[in-house]
Design a protein around this ligand. Structure first.
Ligand SMILES: O=C(O)CCC(=O)C(=O)O
Ligand SMILES: [Fe+2]
Length: 268
């Protein structure tokens, strides 16, 4: 569990550098279970690299992980990571997307980009996106650790797609989590080893921003109904500031929890 001092130090780093690394944030047995289950999904659904310049030609990505079992429900709410994201965005933040990214040997570096660059508002701006990368293997410069350019979250523009920029590798041991401001310039690294670099991309956005993966339509209601109360809010069944996301002045939580009423902005 993060101490208040640790939390503050991480928030200061995100503000100053655009990123922070939470070393050994995830329980080793949880890391094992996730790595193993991702292999199962890859086999079961015969998932292959997407083969486009952004997602790579030797990178296996599995999206919408919250439909694939209880194990994944523990990711968005993890106590060593979520408080940092809530500090960067606020408590009304949302799951924007939850996917795995396994970079296989021989993959080239992903183009440097900012995860919020398709949101057309002038930069720099307060964080509207806060993304995290869980290391399920060690992340090294050789195996494709995420490349980052510290401080670029304060730039007045996004990087030019496809252009070379000098960057550093966010190396971290297995079980660690990289957290960054959505405006930070970064990209997946090249993998020059024979082994996979496996990560979980646990991405969040502000409660007033559209989620990248449509969680309310992408997760069957029968699955969302059994989520923890916090996870229900995080996937979008809450209402931001008592207003944004309402249905006929009622919280969408009432779609999952029959008979329960939730306070809205009009009730204050
Ligand atoms: O795989 C990585 O390290 C980063 C991936 C990434 O930044 C993205 O797909 O947006
Ligand atoms: Fe990215």
């Amino acid at each position: 569990m993060l101490s208040p001092q640790d939390l503050n130090a991480h928030l200061e780093r995100v503000q100053r550098d655009g990123y922070t690394v939470v070393a050994n944030a995830i329980e080793p047995d949880f890391v094992d279970m996730l790595a193993e289950d991702l292999c199962r999904l890859e086999r079961q659904y015969d998932i292959k690299p997407a083969k486009n310049p952004f997602e790579g030609s030797k990178t296996v990505r599995i999206y919408n992980l919250l439909v694939h079992g209880k194990l994944y429900e523990r990711i968005p709410v993890h106590a060593n990571v979520l408080p940092i994201v809530e500090g960067v965005l606020d408590h009304g933040c949302l799951v924007s997307s939850l996917s795995s990214i396994a970079i296989c040997g021989g993959e080239i570096a992903q183009p440097i980009h900012a995860d919020d660059q398709l949101i057309p508002i002038p930069k720099p701006h307060p964080p509207t996106v806060c993304n995290t990368m869980w290391a399920l293997t060690d992340f090294t410069e050789a195996n494709g650790a995420t490349r980052i350019i510290p401080g670029t979250h304060r730039s007045d523009h996004s990087p030019i797609y496809g252009k070379h920029y000098d960057s550093i590798a966010a190396e971290m041991p297995r079980g660690s989590v990289l957290v960054w401001h959505g405006s930070l310039w970064h990209g997946g690294g090249a993998n020059r080893t024979a082994d996979r670099r496996i990560g979980i991309a646990m991405n969040y956005c502000a409660g007033y921003v559209r989620q990248q993966e449509n969680q309310q339509l992408g997760i069957p209601r029968d699955i969302a109904k059994n989520f923890s109360p916090r996870l229900k809010e995080l996937v979008g069944y809450g209402v931001y500031n008592g207003l944004i996301g309402h249905i006929n002045k009622r919280s969408p939580l009432e779609m999952l929890e029959e008979g329960k009423e939730h306070r809205m902005v009009w009730d204050l």
